[in-house]
Design a protein around this ligand. Structure first.
Ligand code: PEP
Ligand code: MG
Length: 600
């Protein structure tokens, strides 16, 4: 949303969006061309034809080499039916890269039309796809998607300089992009990127979550930032309030420099007490744990005052690469995580929750869906691709010999999925026993409660799961029917909606009745405004990103369980999200004015 100055002059313009990761950054804009590859069409002079042809042939050769390497790695990682099929597809793609229709015809277009290689390849791809589309035979018709994949791979090599530009970012820039995928965000180096701004995205999108993990201030869902901001513009990014000041005045700059100082002082003071227990003044203790996406983050979790990992999003192991992680890689990664924590710490390893906005290499996961959040993701994908799931389970079980691990299943919607997954875990244990590989035979197997059906039947699930962890990001997304990555519906993200509060209350009391531990690991757990309401629910654990831990701990340490309980009870009596929010905001403002002070 543009708040002021709706013409294209960007002097003193304020662009607003969703504050996705807190902090203030001041720096120059670096416009990043992210999104689907958009080839730049260009007419070329006759004397560039030879060089352009050469450039195209080099891109084809590089793409071929990349495919050969993928094929070799797949062969090395052992053959099974799926890798066999996969190699077959790779062979088809390799053949296509030699095909006259694809290669020679593109070169002819470069020569005859005097256009650059990207343009020629796109025109030629379109022609070949049309040709396949006309085919009667369904199998041949489907080959058009192979043509598109092969062409996209070559295109990526042609446009390498644009595509890899994240690596070439120099010191201290603020990235402004139409969109950043979680995989892109994971590659950002906080030493070089002081903040980022995107047109798309919501507060609980994985891009926002990764920004918080990396402690990079971010504003997402601005809709128009890339239109209003030019490369090199001076920016102030306010990740607390979700604002970007474009080319600020001297007064604005001074005000934000002051706010930045205040924020840093506030954070530094919180860190001082972060090793104290999260216990209310009337003696109610709740465990605070950390959420991580990469093993390196454990250090930050410890330095922010937690020693357990409540959610390890292992799907990030599968991103930004062409091959699947091997069993050994899984094993070494989880062993590294558990060994980098203090003894007796527990790490809850969530099996890969790929799908929706976390897309691994299309070589292995080729799902195209118009509704990916409701598609083949989480446990559905694990059960659908059991050979990949078993590889991960073997890695987890092996690592469980070196530290306390728990297995957590994502996106469970009913008992059948839980039972099937448990059977696989049990069968894998038998295999390891036979191989005389040591592992923790008692490793708990729990589930995320993040699909409304699972919350509704949580009494049944609680009898068969060893623990629950409530994923409020998805639970809110699916219950309130709002896409968590879509900026147009961010206003519907209402964690205090009566439907959500009732579901949380119900899940937690079902877990209590079955005497299994229950925690919350969605972003709601790390938002100070919700701390007392959640505390009132009587959870065992709250798991969150590292930067939220000290603040949440301070709030808990300055409260009583009795007042938290009262706040929850009052909230549960109310009829609308607006009423509950107004009530909770007023109460929290009175108790913790410093938390909500930082507005300009
Ligand atoms: C959730 O859905 O709340 C959750 C913690 O999982 P993710 O954010 O990775 O979907
Ligand atoms: Mg989830």
């Amino acid at each position: 949303m543009i708040m002021a100055d709706s013409n294209t002059n960007t002097t003193n313009c304020v662009v607003s969006g969703v504050g996705a990761s807190p902090g203030i950054a001041i720096g120059r804009a670096f416009l990043l061309d992210r999104g689907k590859l958009k080839p730049r069409g260009e007419k070329i002079p006759s004397d560039r034809v030879a060089a352009e042809t050469e450039r195209f042939l080099r891109a084809v050769a590089d793409a071929r080499q990349e495919l050969e390497e993928i094929k070799e790695k797949t062969l090395k990682s052992g053959g099974n039916e799926v890798s066999g099929q996969h190699n077959y597809i790779l062979d088809v793609h390799l053949l296509m890269m030699k095909d006259k229709m694809l290669v020679d015809d593109t070169i002819t277009l470069i020569k005859e039309k005097k256009i650059n290689a990207e343009w020629a390849l796109s025109l030629n791809t379109e022609k070949i796809i049309n040709f396949f589309e006309q085919m009667q035979d369904a199998y041949l018709r489907e080959r058009q998607s192979d043509v598109a994949h092969v062409s996209e791979r070559i295109l990526r090599h042609l446009t390498k300089s644009d595509y890899d530009s994240i690596d070439r970012i120099s010191h201290g820039v603020i990235i402004v992009a139409h969109d950043l995928s979680p995989a892109d965000t994971l590659q950002l180096n906080p030493q070089k990127v002081s903040a980022f701004v995107t047109d798309l995205g919501g507060r609980t999108s994985h891009t926002a979550i990764v920004a918080r993990s990396l402690e990079i201030p971010a504003v997402v869902g601005t809709e128009y930032a890339t239109e209003k901001i030019n490369g090199g513009d001076r920016l102030v990014v306010d990740g607390i309030e979700g604002k970007i000041i474009v080319n600020p005045s001297r007064e604005q700059l001074a005000a934000y420099q002051e706010k930045k100082k205040q924020y840093n002082t506030f954070q530094a003071q919180l860190i001082l007490n972060c090793d104290l227990p999260a216990e209310t003044t009337d003696g109610f203790r709740v465990a605070l744990a950390g959420n991580i996406e990469t093993p390196e983050e454990t250090e930050s979790i410890i330095s922010h005052g937690a020693s357990n990992i409540g959610l390890y999003r292992t799907e990030f192991l599968y991103l930004n690469r062409q091959t699947l992680p091997s069993e050994e890689e899984h094993f070494l990664t989880y062993k590294k995580v558990t060994e980098s924590l203090p003894p007796e710490s527990t790490t809850t390893i969530r099996t890969f929750d790929l799908g929706a906005d976390k897309i691994a290499s299309s070589e292995y996961f080729q799902e195209e869906s118009i509704n990916p959040a409701l598609g083949l993701r989480g446990i559905r994908l694990c059960l659908n691709r059991q050979e990949i799931f078993v590889t991960q389970i073997r890695g987890i079980l092996k690592a469980s010999h070196y530290g306390k691990l728990k297995i957590m299943l994502p996106m469970v919607s009913g008992l059948k999925e839980l039972r099937q997954a448990r059977e696989i875990v049990e069968a894998t244990k038998v295999e390891l026993e036979r191989e005389k590989v040591p592992f923790d035979a008692e490793i708990p197997v729990g589930i995320m409660i993040e699909v409304p059906s699972a919350a509704i039947i949580s009494d049944q699930l609680a009898r068969e799961a060893d623990f629950f962890s409530i994923g409020t990001n998805d639970l809110i997304q699916y219950t309130l029917a709002l896409d968590r990555s879509n900026e147009h519906v961010s206003y519907l993200y209402e964690p205090l909606h009566p439907a959500i509060l009732r579901l949380l209350d119900q899940v937690i009391s079902n877990a209590r009745d079955a005497e299994i531990p229950v925690s919350i690991c969605g972003e709601m757990a790390g938002e100070p405004i919700y701390t007392l309401v959640l505390l009132g629910l009587g959870l065992d654990k709250l798991s969150m990103n590292a930067i939220s831990i000290p603040h949440i701990k301070q709030i808990i340490r300055q409260s009583t369980f009795v007042e938290a309980r009262k706040m929850l009870e009052e909230s549960l009596k109310m009829n609308t999200a607006i009423e509950v929010e107004a009530y909770v905001a007023k109460e929290m403002n009175q108790r913790f004015p410093e938390t909500f002070l930082m507005k300009i």
